[in-house]
Design a protein around this ligand. Structure first.
Ligand SMILES: O=C(O)CCC(=O)C(=O)O
Ligand SMILES: [Fe+2]
Length: 233
């Protein structure tokens, strides 16, 4: 499995940026083939790739299991993360209107070096498995002080075939307003790009909202997903 550059060139990045500006997330539909998703999903059976599993229930995060990959990442994921980064970096600078002096470095490796020097050494890439009844409570994937403001989620199971329910959800919180919730959903092969912790707001009112995501209960079957952060934790 290779992550050819054409795959990135085919994406309409300005429309992804537009979506994120409008609602905090964007879906790149069917970016991976089903076969690729099942190949990635099967990594779950290779415990050597992962750090010890985390039972979400034990931490009151939901119900299901997630496993951080350790370095070196499987080659496909290494390339995916490295090649996706420059697109998201440009987008982050536009969306958050970042002055040049605060720009993220040009390459992912440079940014990860900064994370590692700050003691954030855990690869920010994990796989999640929700059995029937599994769910993921509202959260933000920020555990250290350094964070990259956009993350991606790859849906690796087919809705309506492998599982029912299990919808990716987002919630935004503004000062003095009730939270707003949206159902993203997402199906096998889709890549969801979303704000990691805050969504930039333009125009009048607050300049940003707090942004959370979660997954509704899997009502039948099982669902796998892959979470790719661009900071290490
Ligand atoms: O399973 C999902 O779709 C979302 C999992 C998650 O929380 C993440 O990818 O950060
Ligand atoms: Fe998450």
């Amino acid at each position: 499995m290779l992550v050819a550059s054409q795959r990135f060139e085919r994406v309409n990045w300005s429309s992804v940026e537009w979506d994120i500006r409008q609602k905090g997330y964007s879906i790149i539909p069917k970016w991976l083939t089903k076969a690729e998703c099942y190949t990635l999903r099967d990594l779950w059976q290779t415990p050597d790739c992962f750090c010890p599993p985390i039972e979400m229930e034990h931490h009151h995060f939901g119900y299901g299991q997630y496993r951080y990959f350790h370095y070196p990442l499987p080659e496909f994921l290494r390339q995916l993360r490295e090649k996706m980064y420059p697109y998201l970096r440009d987008m982050a600078h536009h969306l958050w209107d970042t002055p040049k002096s605060y720009h993220y470095p040009e390459t992912l490796d440079e940014f990860l070096d900064i994370c590692h020097n700050a003691g954030q050494n855990q690869a920010g890439v994990m796989m999640l498995h929700y059995p029937t009844g599994g769910y993921n409570l509202w959260h933000q994937d920020r555990h250290g002080s350094l964070l990259f403001p956009l993350q991606i989620i790859l849906v690796l199971s087919e809705s309506g075939h492998d599982f029912e329910g299990g919808k990716l959800l987002v919630q935004e919180e503004y000062a003095h307003k009730p939270p707003e919730r949206h159902i993203i959903g997402g199906n096998i092969g889709d890549v969801v790009v979303l704000c990691t912790a805050s969504r930039p707001k333009h125009g009048h009112g607050p300049k940003k909202s707090e942004f959370y995501h979660g997954v509704s209960k899997v009502t039948a079957g099982e669902r796998y997903s892959l979470s790719c952060l661009f900071h290490d934790e």
